[in-house]
Design a protein around this ligand. Structure first.
Ligand code: NAD
Length: 418
């Protein structure tokens, strides 16, 4: 993992790379490279022993030209201002790539949640929700889960917001539990879009998914759901990892059994079906048909990319390749399907959840999955059409060209406000 790459600079570089394939002026482009605003706040929260602890927290609202800001909230000790800004920018282009009517936002708290009790985490979350209250709302900014947050935190944020606002407004946040207004199919949506992207990619490349070998870095929500759904298509999950390390089995794991083991023990390491324990870097350089980085950003830098042996990479995580690693993989003719398509299932079903909240009418899981498949397959087709019809050097550049073109159109149609 490369620690010294600034993700915000990576984002800006990606925008510059793609801008040459879009009809956009320099000044409008500059605007698209910076967040509209960033909330930075310090939460003071009472711990179970009566002491007060301080937590830094951020919410970046990057661009709202296509609709309300949309994006997750991450709890991690490595959260910082530039990371949150970058993640919020990726959300703008992700929403535009899959053509849903949102801008982009992202938030985070600098915290290792494993060190706190549930009641402490609830107070931390409600404190952040109180800070967010003036700037969020179903037509303003709609947070969602990200690393180390899920339905529980989303339910707390919704409850805090609705209590303070004296209303019911479930669409203020997505990723809620179904009984609190969540959508069926949301939990596995990111893994499902990863599977759909890989499925379409293999078909486009003329590769067979049956018995294809797959390595998954980060066996969390995005990674494990992708693994399970790819296994259902006949693929073999030969390696999986989490922050404790990686496990390998040449003939493939039972993806569900491996998840059960992780659920019981807290990690994939030590799984008795594994033939080999290895490092995360070893997993990322396995000779597999499909590599799915599904942990954190900058997992693969240029040095590591030199050793990547996979034929296809589907980025379930946000920004898992540094820009230099991207260049190396391009030279090695590895097809990299970018995060803004591959993991867009989460935000797409978030969008469906918000639509259902506003209509107060709830869909079946089958309908959610069908609509998601339509959105991802359409976006995949838009991406490869642009890739084939321009001389864009990579699929990422082509994806950003599609997305930036859509944001520029919305901006220009709105005109400028002095
Ligand atoms: P998660 O917390 O459920 O899972 C993350 C997994 O990565 C965990 O198993 C963790 O142990 C592992 N991990 C952490 N550091 C690691 C390291 N250094 N090496 C290997 N594994 C490591 O989180 P998630 O929701 O699955 O998110 C994973 C990635 O997917 C993030 O980049 C996130 O932004 C992105 N993403 C998630 C969603 C979603 O809906 N959950 C949507 C879009 C993008």
């Amino acid at each position: 993992m490369s620690e010294d790459v600034n993700p915000f600079e990576s984002l800006q570089e990606q925008i510059d790379d793609a801008a040459q394939y879009v009809d956009v002026s320099r000044d409008v482009l500059e605007r698209l490279k910076h967040p509209e605003r960033v909330l930075e706040t310090t939460l003071s929260v009472e711990m179970d022993d009566g002491s007060i602890e301080l937590f830094k927290a951020y919410r970046s609202q990057f661009n709202g030209d296509r609709g309300p800001y949309k994006g997750g909230i991450r709890y991690h000790p490595g959260v910082n201002r530039d990371e949150v800004k970058a993640l919020s920018g990726w959300m703008v282009y992700k929403c535009a790539m899959v053509n849903i009517p949102y801008g982009g936002g992202k938030g985070g708290i600098v915290i290792d949640p494993s060190e706190y009790s549930a009641s402490e985490l609830e107070r931390v979350t409600r404190s952040f929700a109180t800070e967010l209250r003036p700037i969020v709302g179903e037509d303003r900014d709609i947070p969602a889960p990200d690393v180390n947050t899920g339905q529980r935190e989303m339910n707390w944020i919704k409850d805090t917001y609705e209590t303070l606002e004296r209303t019911t407004e479930p669409g203020v946040i997505t990723g809620k539990a179904p009984d609190s207004g969540g959508s069926l199919g949301r939990v596995e949506a990111t893994g499902r879009s990863t599977m759909l992207t890989a499925r379409e990619a293999f078909e486009w490349l003329g590769k067979d998914m049956e018995d294809a070998t797959v390595a998954v870095q980060g066996y969390g929500n995005a990674g494990w759901n992708a693994a399970k759904l790819l296994e259902d298509l006949g693929a073999n999950i030969v390696a999986a990892s989490d922050s404790s390390g990686a496990v390998y089995r040449e003939s493939g794991f039972d993806a569900r059994a491996l998840k059960d083991f992780k659920r019981e023990t807290g990690s994939v390491s030590g799984y008795d079906e594994a033939e080999e324990e290895m490092s995360n870097d070893d997993l990322l350089t396995l000779d597999v048909d499909l590599l799915i980085p599904a942990a954190l950003e900058n997992a693969i830098d240029a040095d590591l990319a030199e050793d990547v042996e996979a034929d296809v990479v589907c980025e379930a995580a946000n920004g898992p390749l540094t820009p230099d690693a991207d260049d190396v993989l391009q030279e090695k003719e590895v097809y990299v399907f970018p995060d803004i398509l591959t993991n867009a299932g989460g935000v797409t079903v978030s969008y469906f959840e918000w639509v259902q909240n506003r209509q107060r009418f709830y869909w079946t899981e089958e309908r959610v999955n069908e609509e998601l498949e339509r959105v991802i397959v359409d976006a995949f087709d838009d991406l490869v059409e642009t890739f084939d019809s321009t001389d864009a050097p990579t699929l990422r550049v082509a994806a950003y060209a599609v997305a930036i073109g859509r944001v520029v159109d919305a901006y220009e149609q709105g005109g400028n406000w002095p």
